[in-house]
Design a protein around this ligand. Sequence first.
Ligand SMILES: Nc1ncnc2c1ncn2[C@@H]1O[C@H](COP(=O)(O)OP(=O)(O)OP(=O)(O)O)[C@@H](O)[C@H]1O
Ligand SMILES: Cc1ncc(CO)c(N)n1
Length: 277
Amino acid sequence: MSLGGGAGIQADLRTFAFHCVHGTSAITCITAQNTLGVTRVDAMAPDAVVAQIQAVVEDIGVDAAKTGMLLNQGIIAAVAEQVGLLQAKNQMRNLVVDPVMVSRTGVQLIDGDAVKTLCHDLIPKAALVTPNRYEAQILTGLEINSLDGMKSAAEIIYRDFNIAVLIKGGGMEGDLRGIDIWFDGEKLEILTTKLVDTKNTHGTGCTLSSAIAANLAQGENLFTSVQKAKNYVTTALKYSLNIGAGQGPVGHFYPLLEEAVGSGSIKNNPQFSMPNF
Ligand SMILES: Nc1ncnc2c1ncn2[C@@H]1O[C@H](COP(=O)(O)OP(=O)(O)OP(=O)(O)O)[C@@H](O)[C@H]1O
Ligand SMILES: Cc1ncc(CO)c(N)n1
């Protein structure tokens, strides 16, 4: 969860709402965070996280799920155990693991033991894992500087975990920035997009994995879910918000902004990027 509103569960819930699915959440930690970075993180107790998952599953049910910042080994182990128990009862389908380990700026967010548990206990239970450039480097031991590097990493991650993988290229340089690689053991696809030239990219990874989960919940297949989610993030980036001194958040509800500005009910505030106005 992030209190600046741009990333984590706050971005996830906005994304779910945009896709017309009912989002629920299990909070693993509270970050003091704004557009400039994270200044403090307070972890929940692992059994408090488990209780949140159980409260949702036992009453409401889960059509698809995503994990984000799980923070430490105890929380990761507890979540992985719950996922295993629920999958055995077919109560946890379509799990997307966004393996939040390193921020796009390259800062490691979780320690080595936590990475090991994530790899051994949680990622293999997912349908899809969505590492960014630096997370893909940790998962493979490769240094990724090229399209070929991204492709090799995707193949290694598929081989090691036997699940589909999407390597996100928001942290790549030059022409590769914004290009993602999909591999599911059969099809290797380069998901290209027109680079959105903005510094306001806070929460793109959270938004992408939530949009994938939302599409899965609505019955789309995995690859179509990824393609649609990629298009959503690209448009949300075009309408990102220029707030704060650092990286502002993406504009999750861009059609509403467009409509409101178009109809004159709100002014075209210079803080909104409004590409069509
Ligand atoms: N400037 C950009 N233009 C177009 N697409 C982008 C841009 N920046 C990021 N993306 C896309 O956003 C999605 C998220 O990728 P990214 O590598 O930013 O993830 P991340 O590092 O996990 O994000 P974050 O930590 O900010 O949530 C990917 O589809 C990526 O290609
Ligand atoms: C809470 C949270 N989760 C994930 C990320 C990665 O964007 C972040 N910055 N904050």
